[in-house]
Write a protein that binds this ligand. Structure first.
Ligand SMILES: C[S@@+](CC[C@H](N)C(=O)[O-])C[C@H]1O[C@@H](n2cnc3c(N)ncnc32)[C@H](O)[C@@H]1O
Length: 301
């Protein structure tokens, strides 16, 4: 029996509802888009058009993966971060909405330091006059958001995971003109950066692993996302401690460190930043009101 696109979408929605996903209508629409290339409006226009066999089989495969518990972002193979469409798969953490707040905070810090914020200028030829870094870049989410909003920045993206860097490189390559200002480096935290940028970074941003080994995570996270992106060690603070202690020697004397953290880690991170010599230190909340981002400045206003 030949189905129409409208019937196929309703059928997908019913299957997604039956397995308990929180927004079956949205996921059905995204999956139809993935197999057909039609956006939401086109899907409505084509609702009574018969479907050929190939997209139906493709949709069945996506629904089967979702039914097995795979996060919708991996099933779709892409996800949006700060308005950028990123390749995401099991090699990288799924970029989170709270990290978009961290990106925004980081961009405003660079603006506070006197640099321009705005869309890239294709005619600039990729000229830069300062350097920033995203450590533990995963999919490249934060680095790409910085490069997209800071037109004069050279942006370094590093990770210790070769799998993650392979994904980041795809996303950088797909980023168009901003790719000319993005550099990818392999290594543990600051070791992934070239010695030439030591002491010159206007901004270091990182969303490091900050979960303690003993913490219990939802199955969809624990079973699907890379452990190396989630767990930091016995306390959960190991990566944060290292980044705060090491950042001063890599930052410009006026530079800022912005770190994502778990809400309960805020007070400890502030104390560590003061110990490391940062003079102006605060923690900002995310959209849900949870303490989420450490801002540690080497120089006060
Ligand atoms: C929480 S994920 C963040 C990914 C991405 N920045 C984001 O916000 O979506 C942490 C990232 O840090 C990387 N990582 C873990 N240990 C690292 C280390 N010692 N040096 C560099 N990166 C590391 C992981 O591979 C992972 O990509």
């Amino acid at each position: 029996m030949t189905l129409t696109w409208g019937e196929l979408r309703r059928d997908a929605e019913a299957q997604l509802r039956a397995i308990g996903v929180s927004d079956p209508a949205a996921e059905a629409q995204w999956m139809i888009e993935a197999v057909s290339g039609m956006d939401a409006t086109e899907q409505l226009i084509e609702a009574t058009t018969p479907v050929t066999h190939r997209p139906t089989a493709g949709l069945d495969a996506l629904l089967a993966r979702r039914a097995a518990g795979e996060p919708v972002q991996y099933v779709l193979g892409e996800w949006s971060f700060c308005g950028l469409d990123l390749l995401v798969d099991r090699r990288v953490l799924i970029p989170r909405p709270e990290t978009e707040i961290v990106a925004e905070i980081a961009i405003r810090e660079v603006e506070r330091l006197g640099e321009r914020v705005g869309p890239p200028e294709p005619w600039s030829g990729g000229l830069t006059h300062y350097v920033v870094a995203d450590l533990g870049t995963g999919s490249g989410a934060l680095a790409l958001a910085l490069a997209a909003s800071l037109p004069d920045a050279e942006v370094w993206a590093t990770d210790a995971s070769e799998d993650a860097l392979a994904v980041a490189r795809v996303n950088v390559a797909a980023a168009g003109t901003i790719a000319t200002r993005l550099r990818v480096g392999a290594g543990s935290w600051f070791d992934g950066l070239p010695p030439a940028v030591r002491g010159r970074l206007l901004l270091v941003v990182s969303n490091p692993p900050y979960i303690a080994d003993h913490e219990v995570l939802p199955e969809s996270v624990r079973d699907w996302e890379p452990a190396g992106a989630l767990f930091s060690g016995p306390t959960g603070l190991e990566a944060i401690e290292h980044l705060i202690a090491t950042a001063p020697e890599w930052l410009d004397p006026a530079g800022t460190l912005v770190l994502e953290l778990a809400p309960h880690q805020g007070d400890r991170a502030v104390a560590l930043a003061h110990d490391a010599g940062f003079v102006d230190v605060s923690v900002r909340p995310d959209l849900a009101g949870y303490q989420r981002a450490l801002i540690a400045r080497r120089r006060a206003d």
